[in-house]
Design a protein around this ligand. Structure first.
Ligand code: ADP
Ligand code: ZN
Ligand code: ZN
Length: 817
């Protein structure tokens, strides 16, 4: 009898792969466990078992597995099902999904290790210098890793050396698998069992009279024990008794104290979680009841509530009901909105039950969160996280909340799987017959359309909490302002006066500009030349603070020019402006106030973002200038004015979602103003004050925006009426990209006729020396998605076999965002 397993390998392979196992392994293995297997020449991977069977593969001979890595499945059957769905829907391999889904500690890969060949005697004189260095190191060390060889030789490319040593039979290589996850062990102490009896303890203490330090430690141990009845860490005891580890060790050696170890979670909440959730006001209460009713016959409901209407408090009530039922809750947020502000707020209600799953957490922390979810521990009953938290091993999901559901960052752009977390969450929820709540002040058109069609339920919350008025939004016409010379730098007199008014009242100001750096274009006044990135088709952005020109696409940078590279003229001028320039102008205009800047450049370090927010909250910053980072889920009490420095570059972005996006962005930024009693003020500077979107923003007319935009989408055949698959070809050779995309478009037209658009270069056609060219396939309602994707796959497969196109990378993006 032969026994086999099918596995997913964490690499972009079209199919699952079959390996052979012995009978014991056959009995032991279950889907969802990992096994170490060899694939390719010598590489070893952790592969995930999907099926255990007795059917030998037809076209290759199954290799044996190396060994089994898990005692029990680490992945659930629901997850495997979800992975399959993602792979099929988003047209990628299950291996790619696996890579995105598993915390990297589970994705162990092999590492090449180099050993001495003991079977031969070496004639040292035949060795070159670098070879000798390695040979010598192996006399002292049993094995070497690639990194160590790099260090020893001081070279980055060490493979040639290793190859030569192999040929001379001086070394052998092996693949070694290593586990990255290490449980965190904490050492504790307690009194040895022998002394728990009163009498024994008495005589022990007497015997210690001549060792006062040891006695002191014991007394502190008793004090700590009586104080909080929890296991006592060795470190904690040492600190409390102001004693050294050596004395504690003596006590352990004398069997007076007993050491024991426990495995603990790295992230522990030990704050106060006694806060009761807030009583809802009438509007929130009504919305909550409507949602509950809605969920009786709808699986997905939209809570469309204006900014600061108190949506979060409504979510909290729904979470409470799920907790009572013992269900798990997933709270999804765009990465950027994962602020300590919101987390603190939820922790105050839910304490330990809340787990944050965050890319900023370490590999080990992620594994612990994973295990807690999988084991349905009370610690991970509520998971809050960004898009990748949909991959957690839920066992008992009751509700998924997707806050700021309109956010584009729920869609993964690169690498595959290019999934949309909101849409995937709906599928995930279906597996548990649970519910999905989508929350937003500015829902995505697709979502609102689904609600209008009756596919999703919808509940409105039109008032801000505490009857605070919606901010008063006004447009400032830059054309007139410039003509009348009422501009100072990039500030109209209107905006500047409003800023001064707010500051005079001790209120804070937020200014939004969606570009970072000082100015995005430098131009020579004499010949018109402007410095470009050598790797990308974009102009370099001037960063004043570092006196550098930088590319925002590839990171290329150079010192700011003293003179024009083309003609040598020293008259260079800057065009356009970013956050840095606004900050600088403000410092000159208002030297007595503190200006802060929040963009990618100022929030780099681990806590950079948090620090800025705290400073602003504490009033150490009067005016905060920033990019979209400012928009998401922030709740500042004292901001009375929001200024949008230039609305036009948002509106003019070449994308069919640009108008929708601009509306959302501006409404969200505006929503940061006047969240308490006083009515907030918003000023939008623009050259097009009569632009329909700006008019709609200024009167908070979501419905009007929706109607216009949905009409346009219909007319121009865009989502939600048509689905879109975008195919991008990338290569460093311009002509190759052209030829490849022409071929692709022609082949696709045979299937999809006029529904194929392009090929067309995107606005930035070269990034990191790679040319990009796009083809869009539009899929009308009613056309089978499955068949469409099959046809695309077929074309792609043929494409791969065309010799001329070797090396051209094809990226398929389903439901492109
Ligand atoms: P949204 O998520 O809709 O923007 P939030 O939930 O952040 O709104 O609420 C806005 C502000 O109003 C917050 O500071 C919040 O603490 C407060 N708030 C909302 N609902 C209540 C309530 N029922 N009782 C007391 N304060 C509330
Ligand atoms: Zn010049
Ligand atoms: Zn570049």
């Amino acid at each position: 009898m032969s026994y086999f397993i099918d596995v997913i390998l964490p690499i972009p392979l079209e199919k699952e792969f079959t390996y052979s196992v012995n009978k014991d392994e056959f009995v032991f293995l279950k889907p969802g466990m990992r096994v170490a297997v060899q694939f390719g020449k010598s590489k070893v991977y952790a592969a995930l078992v999907t099926k255990i069977h007795q059917v030998a593969p037809l076209v290759y001979e199954a290799k044996e597995i190396e060994h089994i890595l898990d005692e029990s499945p680490i992945v659930t059957s629901h997850q495997l099902e979800l992975w399959s769905w993602i792979a099929t829907y988003y047209m990628c391999s299950k291996g790619e999904v696996m890579r995105a889904a598993l915390p990297s500690a589970f994705l162990l890969e092999s590492e090449t290790i180099i050993l001495k060949n003991d079977k031969i005697t070496v004639d040292e004189s035949i060795l070159k210098d670098d070879e000798f260095l390695i040979y010598e190191a192996l006399q002292h060390q049993s094995l070497l890793r690639i990194q160590e060889i790099m260090n020893i030789t001081g070279k980055k490319t060490v493979l040639p050396i290793i190859k030569r040593l192999l040929e001379k039979e001086i070394i052998v290589v092996q693949e070694e698998i290593y586990e990255q996850y290490k449980p965190k062990i904490v050492r504790y102490v307690k009194l040895h069992a022998e002394y728990t009896k009163e009498q024994a303890l008495q005589s022990l203490l007497e015997s210690l009279t001549r060792a006062p330090k040891q006695k002191e430690v014991l007394m502190h141990l008793f004090m700590l024990e009586s104080k909080n009845n929890k296991p006592i860490k060795i470190s904690e005891l040492a600190k409390a008794a102001n004693s050294s580890a050596a004395i504690i060790k003596t006590l352990i050696d004398k069997d007076i104290l007993e050491e024991y170890q426990l495995q603990v979670d790295r992230v522990q909440f030990d704050g106060d979680s006694s806060t009761l959730s807030k009583d809802l006001n009438t509007y929130q209460e009504k919305a909550l009841q409507q949602l509950r009713t809605c969920f009786l016959d709808k699986d997905v409901c939209l809570l469309h509530g204006v900014t600061s209407s108190g949506k979060t408090e409504v979510y909290v009530k729904l979470i409470e009901s799920q907790l009572e039922k013992g269900k798990q809750i997933l709270y999804l947020l765009p990465e950027i909105a994962l602020t300590t502000q919101l987390i603190k707020r939820l922790q105050a209600y839910f304490g330990e039950k809340l787990t944050v799953y965050h890319s900023r957490y370490s590999v080990n922390e992620r594994v612990e969160a994973w295990n807690n979810v999988k084991n349905t521990t009370s610690k991970a009953q509520i998971i809050i996280g960004a898009r990748s938290s949909i991959f957690l091993p839920f066992t008992n999901l009751g509700l998924i909340i997707i806050d700021e559901e309109h956010e584009g960052s729920f869609k993964q752009f690169d690498p595959a799987p290019r999934y949309h977390a909101r849409d995937t969450a709906v599928v995930l929820s279906g597996m548990f017959a649970s519910k999905v709540l989508l929350g937003s002040a500015t829902p995505a058109l697709e979502t609102y359309y689904n609600a209008m069609q009756g596919k999703y339920g919808v509940v409105e919350l039109k008032r801000r909490y505490g009857n605070v008025l919606m901010p008063d939004i006004n447009l400032v016409d830059l054309k007139t302002k410039y003509k009348k010379k009422e501009m100072t730098g990039h500030f109209s007199d209107t905006l500047l006066e409003a800023i001064k008014d707010a500051l005079r009242e001790n209120e804070q100001v937020i200014l939004f500009q969606n570009r970072r750096g000082y100015s995005p274009v430098i131009e020579c006044n004499t010949c018109g030349h402007s410095p470009q990135c050598p790797n990308c088709d974009v102009s370099l952005t001037f960063h004043n603070h570092r006196n550098q020109l930088r590319c925002h696409y590839c990171g290329y940078h150079m010192a700011m020019l003293q003179k024009c590279l083309a003609c040598g003229s020293t008259e260079l001028s800057t065009k356009g402006f970013g956050t840095e320039q606004i900050e600088k102008e403000l410092q000159e205009l208002l030297p007595d106030y503190n200006i802060g800047r929040m963009d990618q450049d100022t929030t780099r370090g681990k806590h950079g973002y948090e620090k800025l927010i705290t400073k602003f909250e504490d009033g150490e910053i009067d005016i905060l200038v920033g990019t979209q980072m400012l928009t998401k889920g922030l709740d500042f009490r004292n901001v009375s004015l929001v200024g949008i420095m230039n609305a036009d570059n948002l509106l003019n972005f070449p994308d069919f979602r640009a108008h929708e996006r601009s509306f959302q962005l501006m409404q969200q930024v505006a929503g940061r103003a006047g969240r308490t009693s006083k009515r907030g003020k918003v000023l939008i500077q623009t050259y097009n004050p009569y632009h329909q979107i700006l008019q709609q923003v200024s009167v908070n007319d979501y419905t009007g925006m929706y109607k216009d935009q949905i009409e346009e989408r219909h007319q121009y055949k865009y989502p939600p009426f048509y689905r879109i698959i975008k195919i991008t070809a990338r290569h460093k050779d311009y002509n190759k990209v052209n030829a490849a995309t022409l071929w692709l478009a022609k082949s696709l037209r045979m299937y999809f006729k006029e529904h194929v658009l392009g090929p067309e270069f995107p606005p930035i056609s070269r990034i990191r020396n790679q040319y990009h060219k796009n083809i869009l396939i539009k899929i009308p309602q009613g056309q089978s998605l499955g068949k469409t994707k099959e046809a695309v796959k077929k074309v792609h497969t043929t494409f791969k076999s065309v010799r001329d196109f070797a090396g051209v990378r094809i990226v398929i993006n389903v439901d492109t965002y």
